[in-house]
Design a protein. Structure first.
Length: 342
C-alpha cells in the first residue's frame, strides 16, 4: 500500500455512497432516522471532507504512503457566522481537542468543528483561523475546535501531509445533503475494531407528538479490539475473532511480529492488534432548544454508549437557539490548566 506516483485529492461531501448502509442490509437499528440518516438532517449543518491518498509500499517519511485528511462540520453552514450553544466531554485518555476551554467557559461554539490526524491539529486550527478572519460577523479573536485521532498505522503521519489548502477546500466545499462515509476526510487512515475505520454518521427524529426534533451524529472511529465489536447489540466481534488483519508482504522486515496472510506467524503480536487501543470523536448536533448545561448532559451520556472504555470526546451543539449578540464579554484575565497526560 505505499509509495507510487499518484495523488488523489477529493474535496466536498455530496458524492453518492457506493456501498450499502446498515439499514439497507436489514440490520434492525432502533429509532426513526431522518431522511438522510446523517448529521445533515439537522437544519443548517454542512459537512466537508478533504481526502488525501497517495503512494504504496514501504513508508518513507515525507513521501508516503499518504492516507489522511480533514473533515469539517459547520453547525449553521459556512455562510452563517452566528455561534451556537455547545458543550463537550472527554471520557478518558489524552486526546487533543483545541478550543474547548472557551466552549466550557462561554457555552458557545463559534465556527466549525474539524477532525484530522494527531499530528495535523495545529495546521488545521491555523487554517480555520485564517479562513475566519476574512469573514464578517465573527469575534475579533478565534479559538477553533479541532479534534484528532491517530492514523500513524496506515499513514505517513510524520510527513505532515495535511496543508492549509486542504483545510480550506473542506471548509469551502462543505454542503448539506448526503455525507460521505468510510475512508474519507479525517477518517481516511483510521482503523476500528481491527477493520478499516473512518467517518460514520446517523440521525434520529422524534415523532411530532414528542416535539419532532432531530439529533444527528458524526463520528471519526479509530479504536477497539475485534472482540468488543457489537452490531445492534449483538456481540459480532466475538464470533469472528479469528478473522483478523494480516500482512501480505513476504518481506520479514515489514512488521516482523505481525501475522502473515499466508499463515506464517499466525499468532497475533502486539504490533498486529494494538490490543484494542485507540479513540473515537463524536460530534452531536440537534435543533432542540437546549442550553449549554443540558448539552453537556447529552454529550456525557453519549460517551459510555459508544466508547466502552476507550478515549472518547463528544462535542454537542444546538443549532436551534439564537445566540447572536448574546455573547458574554471575554475575560481579560484567565488561567488555562490542562490535566497531565496519563
Amino acid at each position: 500500500m505505499r509509495v507510487l506516483a499518484f495523488l488523489l485529492l477529493f474535496a466536498g461531501s455530496a458524492a453518492a455512497q457506493t456501498k450499502p448502509r446498515a439499514r439497507d442490509l436489514g440490520i434492525p437499528l432502533d429509532g426513526t432516522p431522518g431522511p438522510l440518516d446523517a448529521i445533515t438532517d439537522v437544519p443548517g449543518v454542512e459537512v466537508g471532507h478533504t481526502t488525501l491518498i497517495a503512494g504504496s509500499g514501504r513508508r518513507v517519511v515525507g513521501q508516503g504512503p499518504v492516507r489522511t485528511g480533514v473533515t469539517v462540520i459547520h453547525p449553521r453552514g459556512k455562510a452563517n457566522p452566528d455561534p451556537v450553544f455547545a458543550a463537550w466531554f472527554t471520557l478518558n485518555g489524552n486526546g487533543e481537542m483545541t478550543g474547548t476551554t472557551w466552549v466550557q467557559e462561554s457555552g458557545f461554539l463559534e465556527g466549525p468543528v474539524a477532525i484530522t490526524n494527531t499530528h495535523s491539529v495545529g495546521v488545521v486550527r491555523d487554517a480555520i483561523l485564517a479562513w475566519q478572519v476574512h469573514r464578517p460577523g465573527l469575534q475579533p479573536w478565534g479559538l477553533p475546535v479541532v479534534a484528532e485521532t491517530y492514523d500513524g498505522g496506515l499513514n505517513d503521519i510524520n510527513g505532515f501531509h495535511v496543508k492549509p489548502e486542504h483545510v480550506l477546500a473542506a471548509l469551502d466545499g462543505a454542503t448539506s445533503g448526503p455525507v460521505q462515509e468510510g475512508n474519507v476526510g479525517g477518517g481516511t487512515g483510521m482503523v476500528c475494531h481491527q477493520f478499516k475505520g473512518g467517518i460514520g454518521t446517523a440521525s434520529r427524529k422524534l415523532a411530532p407528538e414528542a416535539s419532532g426534533y432531530t439529533v444527528g451524529v458524526l463520528v471519526q472511529c479509530n479504536y477497539g479490539a475485534r472482540a468488543e465489536l457489537q452490531v445492534a447489540g449483538v456481540p459480532i466481534g466475538r464470533e469472528i475473532a479469528d478473522i483478523l488483519p494480516c500482512v501480505a508482504s513476504s518481506d520479514p522486515t515489514v512488521r516482523p511480529r505481525a501475522r502473515r496472510c499466508d499463515g506464517a506467524g499466525s499468532t497475533p503480536g502486539p504490533d498486529d492488534v494494538d490490543q484494542g487501543m485507540g479513540s473515537i470523536i463524536i460530534v452531536i448536533a440537534t435543533d432542540a432548544p437546549l442550553l449549554p448545561h443540558q448539552l453537556k448532559r447529552v454529550a456525557t451520556r453519549a460517551a459510555p454508549q459508544a466508547c466502552l472504555g476507550w478515549r472518547c470526546s463528544p462535542t454537542r451543539v444546538s443549532t436551534r437557539s439564537s445566540t447572536r449578540r448574546s455573547r458574554p464579554p471575554r475575560s481579560q484575565s484567565s488561567t488555562r490548566c490542562s490535566p497531565p497526560r496519563p
